[in-house]
Unconditional design. Structure first.
Length: 586
């Protein structure tokens, strides 16, 4: 599989539409290149406005007083671009492209040498071809942490281009805010065409068109997509220069750069920063939501009809969940999906429904969820608190929604004193869905040996011992879900964590039909990365090995390799949570 990936070339052609392909897919796309494409020339696009420094006070006075100075007295001297760049960003504030990221190792990021000796071009191809979202919440969290870390730029690639690949993958994962931060971690004068395209995508995903303003002139100076012409008009409006944004919008209208709702939305953004006429947005004739339409509508707090969200990929809901300009009730459904994916934390999800509870007294579905959550925290009777949690767990029909509800109740469960309970397995699953393993461990003596709760606590145990054949076979797969697959994943995870007695490995693998010796290009690549001690490479390769719609598509063979590689590079906490998640979601 990796041989095909590594040998592929990344396409660089721009589509004629305002946005790149792939946004409108309602199902995960085939493994095609996801690198932000290079723009094509647009002969109708205006060039960048030359920089003209303002007149000094003395020069202004001379002109105002109609002095007899010669005609060149008020003409500014040519500006040295290097001097101007140093004025805008002093040398001491400039950041090197040798190391790019937003989270240092001391703050929870991966080590700076996390990619080790792996070639940058190989990593770029892996990122460009990675399909997102991944089925695992905890692997997604590990991948986000990797892409956000302050990492040394690997050999053979430009630091800005490598940052662009990271940001573009984060956008596709739904991590719009982190993608924006990674783009901003590169100084504007170091931007490249690829980074500018990634900045455009991050700007639309966050509903923050101002993100591209520092690089808009550079984008227009070379081959560019039509979207940059409209973004230049938006930036002119945001700059505060009276009427400039409106004039550029009118020029775009006359030259046919865009039309219909795409142009109207750009006009509306310009109008919000000036006293221009109000722009009314009508969605009646719109059958497809695009990143451009989503981004500019969100930027202006323009309501998007709910049916249009069915025309886009899941990542747009994750962007929506993080949009602070939208009210809590509008974001609630998207926030649950985002939490199940790992884009939102359990705390962020709980806070959102707390906001709804404080603001709304109505009978909406969101208000009902908020009231049940309040009961899960505040009822004096333990049985009533657990009953409220059970209502929340049982309400969603889809597996993703059910997992989101476990995350929603995690803190409330953690506040309960341990006790024997019929719902003990789901109570434990709820805590572990949010990584509350310390409090979950207090329930160990209260769960039935061989059940789901016992198996999850066994995998989550930070100090787990070695298990023999009888210990592993004690787990029967629990009372819910695919019991046979869960038994396979339990064994594969324990083996990957190094907790299975070596003398029992072969017989257990045979009994459970798990191939621990499978050999292909991917297993060799992840084993080599783990052997070299490269956690960032391991996480990226693990994501490549888990490109499937849901957990049912993850083989126990691949799962063993992922857990083992995480364990070898010191990512045990992530490995344990991914292992528990498998039992929870199968």
């Amino acid at each position: 599989m990796l041989a095909l990936v590594a040998g592929a070339a990344i396409a660089q052609e721009r589509p004629e539409s305002i946005l790149p392909p792939g946004f409108n897919e309602t199902t995960p796309p085939p493994p095609v290149d996801r690198t932000p494409p290079r723009a094509q020339p647009n002969p109708t696009a205006p060039g960048p406005t030359p920089f003209t420094p303002p007149l000094s006070p003395d020069e202004s006075a001379e002109l105002t007083d109609n002095s007899l100075a010669d005609e060149t007295a008020g003409t500014p001297a040519p500006v040295d671009p290097a001097a101007l760049a140093n004025y805008e960003l002093p040398s001491y504030a400039r950041r090197s492209l040798d190391r790019v990221g937003i989270i240092g190792a001391a703050d929870g990021g991966l080590p700076a040498n996390g990619f080790g000796t792996t070639q940058g071009r190989f990593l770029e191809i892996l990122m460009g071809r990675l399909n997102a979202p991944l089925p695992s919440r905890w692997l997604s969290i590990a991948l986000r942490r990797t892409l956000a870390s302050q990492l040394d730029t690997p050999a053979g690639v430009n630091g800005a281009d490598f940052a662009a690949e990271r940001a573009w993958l984060l956008v596709r994962m739904g991590e719009s805010q982190v993608a924006r931060a990674v783009v901003q971690a590169v100084d504007p004068d170091n931007s490249t065409p690829k980074l500018r395209e990634a900045a455009m995508q991050a700007a639309l995903a966050t509903g923050d068109p101002g993100l591209v303003c520092p690089v808009a002139d550079a984008a227009l100076a070379g081959p560019h997509d039509r979207a940059w012409v409209l973004m230049a008009a938006i930036c002119a409006g945001l700059s505060g220069v009276a009427g400039e944004g409106g004039r550029q919008i009118e020029a775009a209208r006359k030259t046919g750069v865009a039309r219909g709702i795409d142009l109207l939305l750009a006009d509306k953004v310009v109008g919000t920063s000036s006293k221009r006429r109000a722009v009314t947005i009508e969605w009646d004739s719109v059958s497809q939501l695009t990143a451009w339409r989503y981004g500019l509508a969100t930027a202006t707090a323009t309501e998007i009809p709910e049916p249009l969200f069915a025309t886009v990929a899941p990542r747009v809901q994750f962007w929506r969940a993080q949009a602070p300009m939208l009210d809590a009730r509008t974001r609630a459904g998207a926030a649950e999906l985002a939490a199940a994916q790992g884009v939102l934390s359990s705390t962020a999800l709980i806070d959102l429904f707390g906001e709804i509870d404080e603001a709304e007294e109505g009978s909406s579905a969101e208000a009902g969820v908020a009231r049940d959550l309040r009961s899960a925290y505040s009822e004096s009777d333990r049985a009533q608190r657990i009953a409220a949690m059970t209502r929340l767990w049982d309400e969603p029909r889809g597996a993703r929604g059910q997992y989101a509800r476990l995350i929603l109740t995690s803190q409330a469960v953690g506040a309960l004193p341990p006790a024997s309970d019929a719902e003990a397995d789901r109570l434990i699953a709820s805590m572990l869905s949010a990584g509350i393993d310390g409090r979950a461990a207090r329930w160990r003596s209260l769960v039935s040996s061989g059940g789901d709760g016992w198996a999850m606590l066994t995998l989550a145990d930070r100090f787990g011992g070695t298990f023999g054949r009888g210990d592993v076979r004690r787990y029967g797969g629990g009372a819910r879900g695919d019991t046979q697959r869960k038994r396979q994943m339990f064994f594969a995870a324990l083996a990957g964590l190094g907790r299975v007695d070596p003398s029992a490995m072969e017989s257990l693998a045979g009994d459970l039909a798990v191939d621990l010796t499978r050999d292909n290009s991917w297993t060799r690549a992840i084993d080599r990365a783990a052997g070299r001690g490269e956690p960032a490479t391991v996480v990226l390769l693990a994501a490549v090995g888990m490109q499937t719609a849901n957990w049912h598509g993850v083989s126990a063979d691949a799962f063993y390799r992922i857990i083992a590689a995480f364990h070898r590079v010191g990512l045990d906490a992530e490995a344990r949570m991914i292992a528990v998640e498998a039992l929870t979601r199968l």
